[in-house]
Design a protein around this ligand. Structure first.
Ligand SMILES: [Zn+2]
Length: 365
């Protein structure tokens, strides 16, 4: 395998190929972009390319089969080190950066010993020409762990490569950003999410992969969450009742509330509102595509719902945009912890009004 299974990040691949072939690879990178879009896979592919026994480093193309590539794949390469947020912790520990021993839980008898990535990075490489450190969850580097990392960022050992992976620049401390080459990653196209789900055998049926992809916000990770939470059934139910919104606003509102209230705490409720919003927004996008004469792309449930709305509606693209804006607003209010019942009822009522103003034909009783 070369870079071919890294989908949607061709620009970033080209960028690395260029700097590596010029022999000017900087030492510290900060990868930013939403969760679940392949940043970690990209970092590991880059590491394979740097360590590969078959292809020279300048080519920046992992062969995927040699012992070094295989060791990166199986997490056993002696020159590749990882740091990630430990379960139950809210920040990366200082010991993980500079070494030390800590009890991970207050009930633990033994202390866990960490060599520290700064120490590991300063050792001579064992089987490659350089050391690589991947810091996952860079959003969780706090002031203390960052200050311990700064010396290494300022004077990295020769050949060392540090890759920090976070979700957004706003979550990073300035001291990190100013010492890193920032590489931004975008969400994937729905077709790419679908391809990954099928390629990795996460889903066997094409339509199911498409259903997940259409609601994934371009993230394979999010699609997998939907799959694990059996959320496709919820999506199908919503798409079934949603097209009749102005006829039966209370039915739509009750269904949405029922699902949102399954969320145990504030965060989960907010995530559920986000999930419903993304279903509705993707439905509105399909209507906008139809209205502007462009080709639709989506699973049958989504396209049918969009069609049913469009067939009873004389609204234009502006109307669709108003619906999308109103839906996005709801997500923002949910994040700010608004009362679910009031929030959903107002949302459904407003959408209903927008549709009626857009010429939606009510079913006459
Ligand atoms: Zn190789």
């Amino acid at each position: 395998m070369s870079w071919s299974d890294v989908l949607g990040h061709d620009v970033q691949i080209d960028r690395f190929k260029k700097v590596v072939s010029n022999g000017r690879l900087p030492s510290t990178f900060l990868f930013v972009g939403p969760d679940g879009i392949g940043k970690h896979l990209f970092a590991r592919k880059l590491t394979q390319a740097l360590f590969c026994d078959v292809n020279p480093e300048q080519v920046c193309e992992p062969c995927g089969n040699c012992p070094s590539c295989q060791q990166v794949i199986s997490d056993t390469h002696p020159d590749l080190h990882y740091v990630e947020l430990l379960t139950g912790k809210t920040a990366i520990l200082t010991a993980q950066i500079v070494g030390g021993s800590v009890k991970l839980k207050s009930t633990d008898k033994k202390e866990e010993v960490f060599p520290g990535v700064c120490y590991e990075l300063n050792l001579k490489p064992i089987s490659s020409r350089r050391k690589v450190v991947i810091i996952n969850d860079a959003d969780f580097l706090n002031e203390t762990s960052t200050s311990n990392l700064l010396k290494t960022l300022e004077e990295p050992p020769p050949g060392a490569v540090l890759i920090l992976i976070g979700t957004s620049l706003s979550h990073q401390l300035d001291t990190i950003v100013s010492r890193s080459q920032v590489v931004s990653f975008n969400p994937l196209e729905s077709s790419q999410v679908k391809q990954v789900l099928l390629q990795q055998n996460l889903v066997l049926h094409e339509n199911e992969a498409l259903e997940l992809a259409m609601t994934s916000n371009g993230s394979v990770g999010f699609a997998v969450k939907l799959l694990q939470g059996n959320l496709l059934d919820v999506r199908r139910e919503i798409l079934q009742v949603f097209p009749g919104l102005p006829d039966q606003p209370e039915v739509v509102s009750d269904l949405i509330q029922k699902y949102v209230n399954l969320g145990g705490d504030r965060q989960e409720k907010y995530e559920h509102v986000e999930f419903i919003s993304s279903i509705l927004v993707s439905c509105f996008h399909q209507i906008a595509l139809t209205l502007s004469g462009r080709e639709n792309y989506g699973d049958s449930a989504l396209l049918e719902a969009a069609d049913r709305i469009h067939n009873r509606w004389t609204g234009d693209v502006e109307t669709v945009l108003a619906c999308i804006d109103r839906t996005t607003d709801t997500s923002a209010h949910a994040r700010a912890n608004a009362n679910v019942k009031t929030l959903v009822e107002a949302w459904v009522d407003d959408l209903s009004q927008i549709w009626l103003t857009g010429g939606f034909q009510l079913t006459t009783p």
